[in-house]
Design a protein around this ligand. Structure first.
Ligand code: ADP
Ligand code: MG
Length: 625
């Protein structure tokens, strides 16, 4: 047996029941839901035919909550209770959100994650996101539930590749709160690549350029045998379509010779600017008309050419970040096999041109850039619930025991934790231990224990030819990759010199069911050992405290005891003192109990004496302890 098997999902469902899963792109600006029907992925629209749900939640005083376009309408008039871009707050504390002072919200600095005070009380970003997700779940249920589909089997939700654990956990929590079964969180660039079927295409390096409403993300992906590895991510968390809106807004102010506007007029003109910007993607010119609160009319027309000129620096900024991400991945433009465009802002012709010029190849644009992430998520969700999609049946299997590396002191650094679904790939950086070290011994182990000696050794190999450097200066990136068949390959690369070494390992080689069960059992037993150690330490602390108290009492009030009583207490005290530093938890426990009960009468007499002394006009806190 190679791996712990997971029953194929849906296997035991009655044959006429279909398992339907959905993919959700929970975006900063827009969110949407997609599914796969009769092997064809499609996005789901609301009753009005709209596919994009603005990621906006408006809390009203009457306990009503509006989500999406109706919430967007309130943005100008009730900004405090209209939460936009909640994705930026997920899993973040107040100090993480440097730009918080520019936001109209009443923040509450809660431990862990910041919260927002609204007319409906304090809301966590998780709750706000859950409102958006629940709206999409409802949309999916309306569209998909029928006689043969009783419930949505689960959802794949996408997150930016750079999201950390806290942000991912917050996203999962929001989905749970929205009543969704999360099949998996999927990186947005990976979802986009899946939508284009790049997992079926030749292996290679792909760039995913995602310019959304408020963020720009560039990801460099490496595809090998169906495994997507994120080689580098980069971008700008404060650069997106909003900046193009703002640039156009400023241009309109100049043209109309307006100076500072009140917040309401500002928001109004920003909304008009956005509409004009979007129109300019397909039309040669657009007109911005608005009536300001003091009655002034604004009426300005802009051509696509002028718009391109006034926003050129913003497009250039994305290309600078793209160049940096490639450099981080130690790759050149010629290494990139394909470029995928994601995000509504990549509809701007100037953006497409800039990307094409930079990469010297036309990007993939066939799938709507607003929808590509949700579609990729739907394809993945469909595979995970066991509906075949073409021939690319993705194996759902897990690694039975953690895979790791030996580090200094014979300790194990886990790289891929137990129960990770495969295929999977993870990388970690290590460094040298000694000055001038030119080789590194890589020892691959498997198991749940902390010490190498308690785990199973899988393979050893050496990375040689590391240029001599001071200890800690070398950067050795070790990548563990487990393919769909459960085969592990480990590679190590010194990133400064580029020297490389690798080895293929069969992770569960020679490990039969019994061995796996035993190692898991030992892992659990080890956890019990740790627990026992803690109990012992706690019991010792209590015992030492009892010894101290008894000694103090004897030195102050021994006259309350007769010879025999005193001798008996001293014997009990001695037997506890004798065992307290040992490791026999039960013995310490018994001796402590004996001493405690053997001194009860003595304690009562001391208490009486204290009371009498207190009654004699002395304060209790002046008494001897
Ligand atoms: P996010 O991933 O941040 O939720 P989206 O991918 O939905 O963002 O992109 C939203 C941005 O795309 C907005 O700034 C919007 O104005 C812009 N956008 C949408 N359609 C167009 C268009 N036709 N031309 C230019 N920008 C557009
Ligand atoms: Mg997006």
């Amino acid at each position: 047996m190679a791996l712990l098997q997971i029953a194929e999902p849906g296997e035991d469902a009655s044959p006429h029941q279909r398992r339907v899963a959905i993919g959700i792109d929970l975006g900063t600006t827009h969110s949407l839901v997609a599914t796969v029907r009769s092997s064809v992925p499609e996005v789901l629209a609301d009753d009005d035919g709209h596919v994009l749900l603005p990621s906006i939640v408006h809390y009203l005083p009457n306990n009503d909550v509006r989500i999406g376009a109706t919430a967007q309408a309130a943005q100008a008039d009730d900004p405090k209770n209209t939460i936009v871009s909640v994705k930026r707050l997920m899993g973040r504390s107040l100090k993480d959100i440097a730009y918080a002072e520019n936001l109209p919200y009443d923040f509450v600095d809660a431990p862990g994650m910041v919260q927002v005070r609204t007319v409906q009380g304090v809301k966590s970003p998780v709750e706000v996101s859950a409102q958006i997700l629940a709206t999409l779940r409802q949309r999916a249920e309306d569209a998909l539930l029928s006689g043969s589909v009783r419930e949505i089997a689960g959802a794949v939700i996408t997150v930016p590749a750079y999201f950390d654990d806290a942000q991912r956990q917050a996203t999962k929590d929001a989905a749970k709160l929205a009543g969704l079964e999360v099949l998996r969180l999927l990186n947005e660039p990976t979802a986009a690549a899946l939508a284009y079927g790049l997992d079926n295409a030749a292996e290679g390096i792909y760039a995913v350029y995602d310019l959304g409403g408020g963020t720009f993300d560039i990801s460099i992906l490496k595809l090998t045998r169906g495994v997507f590895e994120v080689l580098a991510t980069g971008g700008d968390s404060a650069l997106g379509g909003d900046d193009f809106d703002h640039r156009l807004f400023c241009w309109v102010l100049e043209q109309a010779q307006l100076s500072l506007l009140n917040p309401h007029d500002t928001r109004l003109l920003m909304i008009k600017a956005r509409a004009a910007k979007e129109a300019l993607s397909t039309r040669p010119s657009a007109t911005i008309q608005a009536r300001l609160s003091d009655g002034t009319w604004v009426n300005v027309t802009i051509t696509a050419e002028t718009f391109a000129a006034i926003t050129r620096h913003l497009v250039q900024k994305t290309m600078v970040a793209t160049r940096k991400a490639l450099r981080d991945a130690k790759l050149g433009i010629e290494d990139v096999q394909g470029v995928v465009l994601v995000g509504g802002s990549t509809r701007m012709p100037t953006v497409r041109q800039a990307v094409e010029e930079f990469f010297k190849r036309a990007p993939h644009v066939d799938i709507d850039p607003d929808q590509v992430v949700a579609i990729g998520a739907a394809i993945q969700a469909n595979q995970l619930v066991g509906n075949r999609h073409g021939d690319d049946w993705l194996l759902l299997d897990v690694i039975p025991l953690s895979l790791g590396l030996e580090t200094m002191g014979g300790l194990v650094e886990k790289i891929i934790p137990r129960n990770s679904t495969i295929p999977t790939a993870r990388a970690q950086e290590f460094t040298t231990y000694k000055d001038g070290q030119t080789a590194m011994a890589i020892h691959v182990v498997q198991g749940e224990r902390e010490l190498v000696s308690d785990c199973r050794s899988l393979a050893r190999f050496e990375l040689r030819g590391i240029p001599p450097m001071t200890a800690g200066a070398a950067r050795i990136r070790v990548t563990f990759q487990v393919d769909a068949d459960g085969l592990l390959s480990v590679s190590a690369r010194e990133t400064v010199s580029g020297v490389e070494a690798s080895i293929d390992v069969k992770p569960s080689y020679g490990l039969d069911d019994e061995a796996i069960a035993r190692m898991l059992h030992e892992g659990a037993a080890a956890a019990r050992d740790d627990m026992n150690a803690r109990n012992l330490r706690e019991q010792q602390v209590d015992a030492r405290r009892l010894i101290d108290a008894t000694q103090t009492a004897l030195s102050h009030d021994a006259d309350l005891l007769d010879e025999a009583e005193r001798a008996r207490i001293e014997t009990l005290l001695a037997s506890l003192t004798q065992c307290v530093e040992g490791t026999d938890l039960n013995r310490i426990k018994q001796a402590s109990t004996a001493l405690a009960s053997g001194t009860e009468e003595f304690a009562a007499r001391r208490m009486n004496r204290s009371i009498q002394q207190a009654l004699a006009g002395r304060r209790v806190d002046e008494l001897a302890p």
